[in-house]
Design a protein around this ligand. Structure first.
Ligand SMILES: NC(=O)C1=CN([C@@H]2O[C@H](COP(=O)(O)OP(=O)(O)OC[C@H]3O[C@@H](n4cnc5c(N)ncnc54)[C@H](OP(=O)(O)O)[C@@H]3O)[C@@H](O)[C@H]2O)C=CC1
Ligand SMILES: CC(C)(CO)C(=O)C(=O)O
Length: 304
């Protein structure tokens, strides 16, 4: 049930993370509307629908309001839950609806798409998020929460937001505000840069990257990523290879998100992960042969 004193949130992108956040916003008493592509809403022919969430063996059903992106009313608080490659276009599609002081929260993986949006919409308060939450879509508005993680939210623009702090209180979500979201995004990008592309190329589970040939490549990717990030001014006291090794052990049975995208013949977000690093490397005159080779090998297999 919506509370008239609390902000109304619009969620743009009815995929796994969009459905997870929508269910938690509704469960926490916020008014929330899901924005669909206009053609999707037309095909559905209805402005409300059940959203079904299964987590820890429990299933809950929430009735959600649906609107077409670009054709509905004013948006004061927008959460963007598309993939990185769709994010800017999606926000542009609702630009005419954004109120002058609208808050935009971006939950894309990788780096680059968030900064492009902050630069395109300098008058708005733009936040980026980095999450270790996991969810997958069983069907339209039907999701399974795969694991409860932590989400960091932090500003990437100069405009303050009056509503962002309320997100930290969402039920069953571990959300924390940070003044340095850039570091959180880069730390996750660094891990993904050594795992996702290689696992997609080798068509293997995360744990298989611990095997000798693969691990040699992981080691080289980590070394290059650290060199690039350090040269760009990012300081992190952890050893990336140690962190990646721990992730490979603890997620050994996982098919990483990029390999899942490849198997479902969807585009990947590697351009915002390894591609982002290669962009930095070029600016900094760093060679990064391992990342180049990986991206070229992936491209040869038709993986973008
Ligand atoms: N799923 C997870 O567990 C995690 C995801 N993330 C990150 O969260 C982000 C979202 O991921 P996820 O939820 O899995 O992605 P999904 O592909 O499940 O969902 C994205 C949704 O956005 C919709 N969309 C795209 N463009 C538009 C548009 N212009 N207007 C309206 N809707 C649009 C897509 O519709 P259509 O299918 O029609 O394109 C799709 O329904 C990614 O960056 C991902 O890396 C991070 C951690 C974990
Ligand atoms: C940490 C890792 C690699 C877990 O699979 C991940 O974030 C992903 O799959 O994108």
């Amino acid at each position: 049930m919506g509370n008239t004193d609390s902000p109304h949130w619009h969620v743009l992108g009815a995929g796994s993370i969009g459905c997870l956040w929508t269910s938690k916003l509704l469960q926490s008493g916020f008014a929330c509307t899901v924005l669909l592509r206009p053609e999707k809403l037309d095909a559905l022919g209805s402005f409300s629908h059940d959203l079904i969430l299964t987590e820890n063996g429990n299933t809950t059903t929430h009735t959600v309001s649906l609107e077409a992106a670009g054709t509905s009313g004013q948006i004061d608080n927008l959460i963007v839950t598309t993939k990185a490659f769709n994010a800017l276009k999606a926000v542009r599609s609702v630009a005419g609806q954004l109120s002058p002081s609208a808050t935009i929260v971006l939950l894309q993986n990788g780096m680059g798409s968030q900064q492009a949006i902050a630069e395109t919409f300098p008058e708005h308060s733009v936040y980026a998020g980095s999450t270790t939450d996991g969810a997958w879509l069983e069907d339209f508005l039907k999701i399974q929460r795969a694991g409860s993680g932590k989400t960091w939210l932090g500003s990437i623009s100069t405009e303050p937001s009056s509503s962002i702090s309320m997100l930290a209180g969402l039920q069953d979500m571990d959300i924390e505000l940070t003044t340095d979201i850039q570091s959180k995004l880069l730390a996750k990008l660094a891990i993904n840069s050594a795992i996702n592309g290689l696992a997609a190329l080798q068509n293997c589970r995360n744990g298989d990257l611990l095997l000798s040939d693969n691990f040699r490549t992981v080691t080289q990717l980590c070394k290059e990523t650290e060199e690039i990030l350090l040269a760009s001014g990012f300081r992190d006291n952890t050893n990336l290879l140690d962190v990646v090794k721990q992730v490979l052990i603890s997620t050994g049975d996982n098919i990483c998100s990029t390999l899942q995208d490849v198997r479902h013949q969807r585009p990947t977000e590697l351009a915002w992960i390894n591609g982002y690093l290669l962009g930095l490397a070029e600016t900094l005159n760093i060679e990064a042969p391992g990342h180049h080779r990986l991206m070229n090998d992936l491209a040869r297999q038709g993986i973008q």
